[in-house]
Design a protein around this ligand. Structure first.
Ligand SMILES: *Cc1c(COP(=O)(O)O)cnc(C)c1O
Length: 351
C-alpha cells in the first residue's frame, strides 16, 4: 500500500481577484485595442491551471505561448484557435500538430512561411522584426512572394526597450507603421506590458501583456495600477522563547535585547527567498505577514528556514501560515535578477 506524502509546509497562493484586476487595468490602458495574454512558461511560472480560467472569464481571448508543447495545457480552457505559438512552425511535425490541434502559428521567416503554405496554409500571424533582432522577418522581406501568399490575421512586432525611455521605442513604432500598408492583414499588435504603458500610439488593435498580468511592474507608470498576484506562504514549524542575550541563526547576527518569543518558518533561500532579504546588519523592515500583522525577520535567511519575532503577536502559533509580502520590483533591485526571472523561479520552487 502506498502512503501519500504529507502536504508541503510551503505553498504559492494565487490571488485570482488581483489577476483579474491586472488584466482589466491593462485592458483599460489598452484603450480601444483588444487585450490578449502571454501565457508562455506556464503563465510565467504561476500555472496555466491557476491562471487560464480567470483570464478567460475576465474576457481575454488571445493567448500567446512560445512552444507547440505548451498548447495542449492552454487548450483545456480556451479554443485552440485563440492560442498563438510565437516560435512558429520550425519543422514539418510542428505544422502537422498545428493543423491537428488548430492553434495559430506566428510566422517568423520566409522559410516558415513556405513550410506553412506548402502544407495547405490557412490563418496565421506574422512577426516582423523592427529592431529587436530576435524572431521575425525583416521589413525588407515583406513583399516576398512567400509572405504575400499568407493568410495573415495579426501582423505583429515586438519592442526591445519598452521598459526604458529609449528613442528606440519611437523608432520601432515608425518601422512598424511603415510595413503596415505593404501587406494584407486583419489586425495589428505591438505592445507587451511595458508597451501598453507607453501610451495609445503603441496599442494598435491587440495588446500582448505578460509580466504585468502576474504582478510585475513593467514600467513605473504601472506601480499603482498592478497588484501582487503570487503570494508565497509558509508554515511556522516551531516557536521558541529567547532570553536577553540569546543569538539567532547562522553567524549569530541577531541578538535578543530582551526576552522574546520567536517562530521558525519553513521558508528559505532554496525556495527563492533570497538571503539578502534577511534582517541583518541593522537593515530592518523585512517582515512576513500573519493576516495584516507584520512579523519582523530575525538574523540570516537559512536554506529552508527563517526566524520571525512573535513577541508582540501571542495569537500566532505553530502551524499557522504566514505570507510573504513580495514586491517584485524591490526584489529585482535587491537581487540583480529581473522580475521575469523572479516570478518564474518562484513558481517552479513553490508550486
Ligand atoms: C513574452 C512576450 C510578450 C509579453 O511580454 P511582457 O513583457 O511579459 O509583457 C509579448 N509579445 C511577445 C512576442 C513575447 O515574446
Amino acid at each position: 500500500m502506498s502512503v501519500e506524502p504529507p502536504p508541503a509546509s510551503l505553498r504559492l497562493r494565487i490571488d485570482h481577484a488581483a489577476l483579474a484586476h491586472n488584466w482589466q487595468s491593462l485592458d483599460r490602458l489598452s484603450g480601444a485595442a483588444r487585450t490578449g495574454a502571454a501565457v508562455k512558461a506556464d503563465c510565467y511560472g504561476l500555472g496555466v491551471d491557476e491562471c487560464l480560467p480567470t483570464l478567460s472569464d475576465v474576457g481575454a481571448s488571445s493567448f500567446f505561448v512560445a512552444h507547440w508543447s505548451e498548447v495542449e495545457a492552454v487548450a483545456r480552457y480556451v479554443p485552440a484557435g485563440d492560442i498563438a505559438v510565437l516560435h512558429g512552425p520550425m519543422t514539418a511535425q510542428d505544422v502537422a500538430y498545428a493543423k491537428a490541434i488548430g492553434a495559430v502559428p506566428v510566422i517568423n521567416s520566409i522559410q516558415q512561411a513556405r513550410r506553412w503554405t506548402e502544407a495547405g496554409g490557412g490563418r496565421c500571424h506574422l512577426m516582423v522584426d523592427t529592431g529587436i533582432n530576435r524572431l521575425g522577418i525583416s521589413p525588407t522581406q515583406i513583399s516576398d512572394d512567400a509572405i504575400k501568399a499568407l493568410d495573415i490575421d495579426v501582423l505583429m512586432s515586438h519592442l526591445a526597450c519598452a521598459d526604458e525611455d529609449s528613442q528606440r521605442n519611437a523608432r520601432q513604432l515608425a518601422a512598424f507603421r511603415e510595413v503596415i500598408g505593404q501587406i494584407e492583414h486583419k489586425s495589428l499588435s505591438l505592445a507587451n506590458s511595458a508597451g501598453i504603458a507607453l501610451g495609445k500610439d503603441y496599442a494598435f488593435e491587440l495588446t500582448r501583456p505578460g509580466l504585468s498580468l502576474y504582478g510585475g511592474i513593467a514600467r513605473s507608470e504601472l506601480t499603482d495600477v498592478i497588484r501582487q498576484v503570487a503570494y508565497p506562504e509558509a508554515v511556522i514549524i516551531q516557536t521558541r522563547d529567547l532570553e536577553a542575550g540569546d543569538k539567532v541563526g547562522y553567524n549569530a547576527e541577531f541578538t535578543a535585547s530582551t526576552d522574546m518569543r520567536v517562530g521558525v518558518v519553513s521558508l528559505g533561500y532554496a525556495d527563492g527567498f533570497l538571503r539578502s532579504w534577511g534582517n541583518v546588519g541593522g537593515c530592518s523592515g523585512s517582515h512576513l505577514l500573519h493576516d495584516d500583522r507584520h512579523l519582523t525577520l530575525l538574523g540570516k535567511v537559512s536554506m529552508d528556514m527563517v526566524v520571525v519575532d512573535l513577541t508582540n503577536a501571542p495569537e500566532v502559533r505553530e502551524g499557522d501560515w504566514l505570507s510573504v509580502p513580495y514586491s517584485l520590483p524591490d526584489a529585482a533591485q535587491q537581487s540583480a535578477l529581473s522580475q521575469y526571472e523572479l516570478l518564474t523561479v518562484l513558481g517552479q520552487r513553490l508550486r
